[in-house]
Structure formats: structure tokens, C-alpha cells
Write a protein that binds this ligand. Structure first.
Ligand SMILES: Cc1ncc(COP(=O)(O)O)c(C=O)c1O
Length: 356
């Protein structure tokens, strides 16, 4: 009896195929592919028909190249390891005009995607005029001194927000910039902007774009709550086991620091999973699934949790914390934490990890 995380590979691949439905996708595989495991995920995405990948870490980008000679790899954070980028045929973002001029001497032959800063203000050129300046400056250099400017992109930080009009603003900023750049006599091989939320709320890829750059929806979680669960399906489960069931009298407490005080006599299942395995404290305010019934979690410790159960639950029973019936995104929408936050927290060293 050990707590485990189990990924159903075929279900994962089938879901990706369904989500992308033959549209060209650049898969975001940063942070060890949203913690699914980079090698497993890249291989699965390729089987599902994806051939472009992006990450924020050069180290991960190199691992992808070592797996596959032909896929497109885009580094979303700038690096100054220009020889490594060229050696492994990795394109990277151009994060600012300052970066361009600072490194102009050494950036020849490096593949660049011009980034529009937009509302996120995390990285990028300010506007289309800065982009035009880079293109013109680079074109005026001798051929063997030029960078290879092959892409243009932005990131939408508000696509999953419906309350304000920020998404419309960042979308307009981007489309205005792109339209301007398309009037220049210049061809971009890669044009990408949309994340999962933008991809679904726009019913697919914008015109003239070569890719949508998707993360969370490929991993089985909905980017916002009004989407039907069938939009994307969760292909992994996190399960644990009832070690024993103990009866607690009304008024008795259990867990460290009186985590739970019984209002009535009740049964408490002691389960072999805890925050040390990556179950967030906020998650423990909600339910666990035992025999298709939901039971309230009453306490969370490093290696254990308490679940209040009825007489049908016995030691040895399976307790599901996450599955397609009790999904990560359900708890995102209940305020437990972002989808990626819950997935990233899972401790793949203490949980047994199985891919079936
Ligand atoms: C630059 C960039 N593009 C795309 C994505 C994918 O976003 P999502 O997981 O919402 O699809 C991310 C994720 O954080 C990102 O940082």
C-alpha cells in the first residue's frame, strides 16, 4: 500500500489529439512539462502530432533536442549562451531592444523570435516600432553578422479573465503590432500568441498565426470554469490508501494542534498521503473520493491525512485525491491554487510514479 501517481499514456495522447484537432500547436513543456516529466510528455505530444515545443529553460531545451533532431524548439527566456543555442538549433526570444544592442556582436546566426511586451510586462519589445528597428538594423548588417529573425510572439496574461477588458486590450495590442509587421516586406516562419484560454475562447487559432502556444489544456485541465469538463480530460490519478479506521468520540480532537474536533461520534480514516507528497493545505479543505463517494478531509499532516468516513469504509480501501472524477481544475475553481500549482506541488520522489 503506497500512495501513487498514475498516468494513462494512451488517454493522455488521445486527449491531446482531441484538444488540438489537427491545428498546429507549439506545446509548452516548461518546468518538466508541467511536472508530467519532460521525456514522457515530449514523446507523447509527438505521437499526438505536435512538432514544436517551448520552454523557459535552456537545460530543458537541450534535453528536447537530444530526444529529437527535427522538432522546433523555442526558448521563452533569453540566454546568452549563443553557441549552445546554435549547436542545438534552439530559437529564443528577443527580450528587449537593450538586449539586442548589447549582444549584437555575438548574436549572429542565432534564431530569434521578436517578443511583444504587452500587458504582462515580463519581457519583450515595447511595440511594433522597436520591432521594426531591430529588423531594419539586422537587415543592414553584413549577412554573416545577422541574427536569424524567424518569429514574432506575445503572451496573453489575461485570457482566462472575463471580468475586465484586459484580454481585449492585450489582444488588440498584439493584432495591431502584428498587422503593422505584416506590412513590412518580411516573412516570419513562426507567429504565435495564444495560450490555452485564448485558444478555446477564440475557437482555435487566429488568422495568419502559425501556432497556438498551449500548456495546461494539453495536460488535462480547463483554463477557466465555464468550459465543459469534456473540453479536456485528466489522464492521471493520485491515489492513497486507508491505513486504518478509528472511531472518535464527540468533542475529541485529532491531528496536530487540534486540527479537527468531532462534533458527533464519528469514524476517521487515516490515509497514507500528506503535504510531504504534495497535497496542498488548501486542497485538504475539500473532499477525497472513496468507492465513488466523496468524504470530507479533516486533517493534513506530512505523511497522513484524516478523512471522515462512514461504516462502508475499511482499512485497505483506495482513496482518490485526483482523477478525472475529482479533477485538478475543480479545485482550481474552488480557490485551492492554480492548476499548474497543484500539479507542480506533487512530490514525484515520495509518491510511486506509474505510467501505464
Ligand atoms: C509564455 C507562455 N506561453 C504559453 C503558456 C501556456 O499557458 P497555458 O498553460 O495557460 O496554456 C505559458 C504558461 O504559463 C507561458 O508562460
Amino acid at each position: 500500500m503506497v500512495a501513487r501517481i498514475t498516468i494513462d499514456k494512451q488517454k493522455f495522447i488521445n486527449n491531446v489529439k482531441k484538444v488540438i484537432s489537427d491545428q498546429p500547436i507549439m506545446a509548452v513543456v516548461k518546468n518538466d512539462a508541467y511536472h508530467f516529466g519532460l521525456e514522457f510528455t515530449v514523446e507523447s505530444f509527438i505521437l499526438a502530432g505536435i512538432n514544436s515545443f517551448s520552454t523557459t529553460s535552456l537545460h530543458e531545451a537541450i534535453r528536447i533536442r537530444k530526444m529529437n533532431k527535427n522538432v522546433n524548439i523555442f526558448l521563452m527566456n533569453a540566454s546568452v549562451e549563443f553557441n549552445t543555442l546554435k549547436q542545438y538549433n534552439i530559437a529564443m526570444t528577443l527580450p528587449s531592444l537593450k538586449f539586442y544592442y548589447e549582444h549584437i556582436e555575438s548574436i549572429q546566426g542565432v534564431k530569434l523570435h521578436l517578443e511583444l511586451e504587452n500587458l504582462l510586462h515580463r519581457s519583450g519589445l515595447k511595440d511594433q516600432y522597436e520591432m521594426e528597428e531591430v529588423i531594419r538594423h539586422n537587415n543592414n548588417l553584413p549577412q554573416d553578422k545577422q541574427a536569424i529573425i524567424e518569429g514574432i510572439w506575445t503572451h496573453f496574461g489575461y485570457a482566462d479573465e472575463f471580468d475586465g477588458n484586459e484580454y481585449e486590450i492585450e489582444k488588440n495590442n498584439w493584432l495591431t503590432c502584428l498587422n503593422y509587421m505584416m506590412t513590412l516586406d518580411y516573412t516570419f516562419k513562426f507567429i504565435h500568441a495564444q495560450n490555452s484560454a485564448s485558444f478555446v475562447r477564440e475557437n482555435g487559432i487566429f488568422d495568419h498565426h502559425t501556432h497556438a502556444r498551449l500548456g495546461i489544456i494539453l495536460y488535462g485541465s480547463r483554463p477557466y470554469s465555464t468550459l465543459a469538463p469534456s473540453t479536456t480530460e485528466q489522464s492521471f490519478t493520485v491515489t492513497a490508501n486507508v491505513i486504518q479506521v478509528r472511531s472518535i468520540k464527540k468533542g475529541e480532537t485529532c491531528g496536530y494542534s487540534f486540527q479537527f474536533t468531532a462534533k458527533e461520534d464519528c469514524n476517521i480514516a487515516v490515509v497514507d498521503i500528506g503535504y510531504g507528497d504534495g497535497i496542498l493545505r488548501t486542497r485538504s479543505k475539500h473532499d477525497a473520493l472513496i468507492h465513488n463517494t466523496r468524504y470530507p478531509i479533516r486533517g493534513l499532516m506530512m505523511s497522513h491525512m484524516f478523512v471522515e468516513v462512514d461504516d462502508t469504509v475499511n482499512s485497505g480501501d483506495l482513496v482518490t485525491l485526483y482523477s478525472n472524477d475529482i479533477r485538478i481544475d475543480e479545485f482550481t475553481f474552488k480557490g485551492v491554487g492554480a492548476n499548474s500549482e497543484q500539479i507542480s506541488a506533487l512530490n514525484h520522489h515520495s509518491l510511486i510514479k506509474e505510467i501505464k
